[in-house]
Design a protein around this ligand. Structure first.
Ligand SMILES: Cc1cc2nc3c(=O)[nH]c(=O)nc-3n(C[C@H](O)[C@H](O)[C@H](O)COP(=O)(O)OP(=O)(O)OC[C@H]3O[C@@H](n4cnc5c(N)ncnc54)[C@H](O)[C@@H]3O)c2cc1C
Length: 399
């Protein structure tokens, strides 16, 4: 059997290694990714502040795949023809019996005028290094800073992490008092995170903002980002010498180029709770490529739900297990909706952290807690070390 996995980072690497681990010689697994490097994206928030180098959080994925007898093709997937069972890439066409789409997000910088030209972005190595360069100069001539997320964004957690790390860095540079730091978010309340209703989240996060003298605007949309200011929808203008607003994520072009896959308006793949495509039983999705409906009432300003690492990994495991079941002729597939996957996350808060635990990502939950640790961010660092170790060894079966 030939399986192709498009995308080889969190979800794609797990799906590919799990397929190979479970089926051995019975499957030929090929991963197609445009980059040869696995990137531990959560630690990018430390790169601008010299706490990590990009190389510390990058691992050659082609070498991991080689050791595990998985083929790796460094190419960009351009489109999929699910009727012909073909993936068209920058390096030619590839046939499959089963296909897993794990292409992650495309970042929609067009969501707000001026965001691309005048804003910074923390979610790529290039973006993080550009911020580092800017901050190295900023320290000599500090000014106001605006950090947050735009309307329709879903990855607010990473923006909060970056905000608190910025605060800690400004203090370490002894320039905090010279900087007006403002948080702007589409969330209906501070600490919503797009997952709504974690016990104590609003009180804890609002307390943090007040404790660190960070101004904030909630339920706020951005009208325009300009070189030295951010204009809000209300007409209010926030002066800003440095702006980092998390844009919305959408699906990648490959999904849009493949109309038969019926990608959603945002460019994600509609799949069942088995992560199987409704029209093509040999097409599966995992990670951010999965369409997830926000589980809460929209507020004045639209925003969406985050798709974090743990569910990305879990959906990849479910998709791989189900391919194995289909291949072995087992009738019953494993099913778990995105929102039913446990919430397990550590939010770094700049030498502090908040541990987020819940039996389900989305409400209703049996339990949900947020545990602050003001003494350091040891759990976040341990999580990073564990994940890099697990990835280097290709131990995809571990949580
Ligand atoms: C700054 C930041 C901080 C974060 N912090 C956390 C955190 O602390 N905890 C947490 O749980 N989550 C965090 N996340 C979210 C986490 O990074 C994602 O959940 C995870 O990366 C999703 O995995 P994925 O495999 O779906 O997508 P990705 O990791 O984005 O992988 C997609 C892969 O597909 C490849 N690809 C895309 N299109 C194509 C194509 N057409 N052809 C070939 N290859 C293609 C890409 O090169 C990439 O390797 C953070 C995200 C950001 C941006």
């Amino acid at each position: 059997m030939k399986a192709i996995v498009i995308g080889g980072n969190f979800a794609g690497m797990t799906a590919a290694l799990e397929l190979k681990r479970k089926l051995g010689k019975e499957v030929e697994v090929t991963v197609i990714d445009k980059s040869p490097v696995f990137l531990f994206i959560p630690s990018l928030i430390w790169v601008p502040f010299h706490r990590r180098e990009v190389k510390d959080i990058s691992i050659r994925r082609d070498e991991i795949f080689r050791k595990k007898n998985v083929n790796f093709v460094m190419a960009e997937a351009i489109s999929v023809d699910p009727d012909a069972q073909l993936v068209n890439t920058s390096k030619g066409d590839f046939e499959y019996d089963h296909l897993v789409v794990a292409t992650g997000p495309k970042v929609d910088f067009n969501a707000v005028p001026g965001l691309k030209e005048h804003g910074f972005y923390i979610g790529t190595p290039e973006g993080a290094m550009r911020i580092r360069k800017h901050l190295d100069a900023f320290v000599k001539n500090p000014g106001p800073i605006v950090i947050g997320a735009t309307q329709n964004a879903g990855c607010m957690g990473a923006a909060y992490e970056f905000l608190f790390n910025m605060d800690a860095w400004l203090r370490s540079q002894k320039i905090r008092k010279k900087v007006e730091l403002t948080w702007v978010t589409p969330e209906t309340y501070i600490g919503h995170f797009g997952i709504d209703g974690m016990t104590g989240a609003e009180t804890m996060l609002t307390g943090f903002l007040k404790m660190f003298n960070i101004k904030f605007r909630k339920e706020t949309a951005i009208k325009e980002v300009r070189e030295k200011e951010v204009e809000l929808d209300s007409g209010e203008i926030l002066p800003s010498d440095f702006t980092m607003l998390m844009p919305p994520f959408i699906g990648v072009d490959m999904i849009r180029n493949s109309p038969a896959l019926r990608g959603t308006k945002a460019g994600y793949l509609p799949v069942a709770d088995t992560y199987r495509h409704p029209d093509y039983p040999n097409v599966w999705a995992a990670g951010i490529a999965v369409d997830v409906k926000p589980p809460f009432e929209a507020g004045k300003v639209p925003f969406s739900a985050p798709k974090t690492g743990y569910p990305s990994d879990e959906t990849a495991k479910i998709a791989a297990e189900n391919i194995v079941r289909v291949y072995k002729g087992k009738g019953k597939l494993k099913a778990k909706s995105w929102g039913d996957i446990p919430a397990i996350c550590v939010m770094d808060a700049g030498n502090k952290e908040v541990i987020i635990l819940g039996n389900k990502l989305f409400r209703p939950r049996g339990f949900a807690v947020m545990i602050p640790n003001l003494l350091g961010d040891v759990n976040k660092v341990l999580f990073e070390k564990y994940f890099l170790w697990k990835t280097r060894h290709g131990y995809s079966f571990l949580p």
